[in-house]
Structure formats: structure tokens, C-alpha cells
Ligand binder design. Structure first.
Ligand SMILES: [Zn+2]
Length: 106
């Protein structure tokens, strides 16, 4: 059984778009209740996006996209700057390699 996809930007389960992008591996930032955790990951093929993130991507609003993700995860104020720069790194491969998005039919 295939797991339901989530938005690769804000973790919403309302995936509506798939962006072709280069496969890569890196460190994923996860936010626990009391601490920031990191985890190695591989992204094969495309990036999934919800409607809101898709709109921000099409506007090239990189900071807006990061702000949305951080706000949805209730990031502690003390962790904001660290996470913001980590997410810029995390997204950089996407911005460098993204193609034209296709509507996702779940
Ligand atoms: Zn999203």
C-alpha cells in the first residue's frame, strides 16, 4: 500500500501538484515538541505541493514558502533563524532543478 503523499514544503496532506525536480539526498529538518531534529533522506524524482505552496512557488516567493512551513509547525521563536537557513538549503536543489508542475490526481 502506498502511503498518502504530503506536501514536501508544508507537510499538508492536500497534495495537488507534482513538480519534476532532480533526485537528491540531504538532511531533512523535523520539528518535535521540544526540539529540532534532523534526519537523512532521499528525494527520488518530484516534489509534491499543496495549492497554497504551489501559488507561492509560482510567485517565486521563497521566503513566503519557508514562513508558511515554520508557522504551520509552531516553531519556537528561538529556533526560527536556524531553521530558516536550514530550509533555504533544503529547498535550494528544488529551485535549481524544478520543472513545469503537473496536476496531481490522488
Ligand atoms: Zn504545502
Amino acid at each position: 500500500m502506498v502511503e498518502d503523499p504530503i506536501c514536501d514544503f508544508c507537510s499538508s496532506s492536500e497534495v495537488r501538484w507534482l513538480y519534476p525536480a532532480q533526485s537528491f539526498s540531504g538532511t531533512l529538518i523535523g520539528i518535535g515538541d521540544h526540539e529540532v531534529k534532523t534526519q537523512e533522506f532521499n528525494s527520488i524524482g518530484g516534489w509534491a505541493a499543496c495549492n497554497v505552496c504551489h501559488d507561492l512557488i509560482e510567485l517565486q516567493d521563497i521566503e513566503g514558502l519557508i514562513t508558511r512551513a515554520l508557522e504551520l509547525h509552531s516553531v519556537p521563536r528561538s529556533q526560527m533563524n536556524t531553521l530558516r537557513s536550514a530550509m533555504r538549503d533544503y529547498h535550494s536543489t528544488f529551485w535549481e532543478t524544478k520543472g513545469v508542475p503537473e496536476a496531481f490526481v490522488g
